[in-house]
Design a protein around this ligand. Structure first.
Ligand SMILES: Cc1cc2nc3c(=O)[nH]c(=O)nc-3n(C[C@H](O)[C@H](O)[C@H](O)COP(=O)(O)O)c2cc1C
Length: 247
């Protein structure tokens, strides 16, 4: 494999490894993707000023963000379902952010729980909250975040209405993901899949704060199931735990 030198290299690699429905979820935007294009253009329009004949031996781009010192003016924004793209994705991303001296913001729609992610790093993480109609859920999440030593809470307010994402509709991806079994009719159903089905099918008012360890359990179960060859977690053929069908 050639060395990875650009974000585009990572994108190409992900396209090969990540189930199509999940790759498209990350790669695409809503409607005609005008905002996505405008965001990309905004980044392209930024030019860093080159400085010559200055002492470059002590370069420092550290700053503070929301009162916390960071090594660079960059943090990891919340992305839902990260743990479906890579096992323990949220924990690994939080550890990577910490290693590079910056912050990680955990999404409400995560696979690893806030306790798991906070426990995987030394410094406090940030937490993003979707305030669903169920305010008890929001309160519970805030309590859990506080108990997990989260230092900053982000409230996302632009999801009162979801933009139409064409690829997700075509791929049958729903958020949060809905479990469907991929076993042949009559084949024994893995108990973890069975348990997860109830867990994943409760829609946006889902009772538990985060998707929790269900996906990880499913993945482990698939690896050990005697019902047939275990699908690779990156298999595109059977892209569980993402949903294959709509509601
Ligand atoms: C795949 C994906 C998933 C996202 N999931 C969430 C989320 O769960 N919660 C949230 O508040 N924002 C979410 N966002 C929005 C990002 O956190 C970020 O605000 C957005 O991508 C704009 O930043 P950018 O211009 O740097 O991409 C998501 C974005 C992407 C691309």
């Amino acid at each position: 494999m050639p060395p990875i030198t650009t974000i585009e290299d990572l994108r190409v690699l992900a396209k090969k490894r990540v189930p199509k429905a999940l790759f498209d979820y990350v790669d695409g935007g809503s409607y005609d993707e005008n905002t996505l294009r405008a965001n990309r253009k905004a980044f392209m329009d930024i030019t860093l000023r080159q400085r010559a004949l200055v002492d470059t031996s002590k370069r420092d781009i550290s700053t503070t963000m929301l009162g916390e010192k960071v090594s660079m003016p960059v943090a990891l924004a919340p992305t839902g379902m990260t743990g479906l793209l890579h096992g323990n994705g949220e924990m690994l991303a939080a550890q990577a952010a910490e290693k590079f001296g910056t912050k990680f913001c955990l999404s409400t729609l995560s696979i690893n729980t806030v306790e798991e992610v906070a426990g995987a790093v030394n410094n406090p993480i940030w937490f993003q909250l979707y305030v669903f109609k169920d305010r008890g859920f929001a309160r519970q999440m805030i309590d859990r975040a506080k108990a997990a030593n989260v230092s900053t809470l982000f409230l996302t307010v632009d999801l009162a209405y979801r933009g139409q994402r064409h690829a997700d509709i075509k791929n049958g991806l729903v958020v949060p993901p809905r479990m469907t079994t991929f076993a042949e009719p009559g084949a024994p159903v893995c108990p973890a899949v069975d348990r997860s089905r109830a867990f994943f099918s409760c829609g946006l008012s889902f009772e538990r704060a985060q998707l929790g360890g269900a996906a990880a359990r499913v993945r482990r179960c698939r690896a050990s199931t005697p019902a047939g060859p275990a699908a690779s977690p990156h298999s595109t053929r059977r892209s569980a735990p993402a949903a294959r069908r709509g509601p």
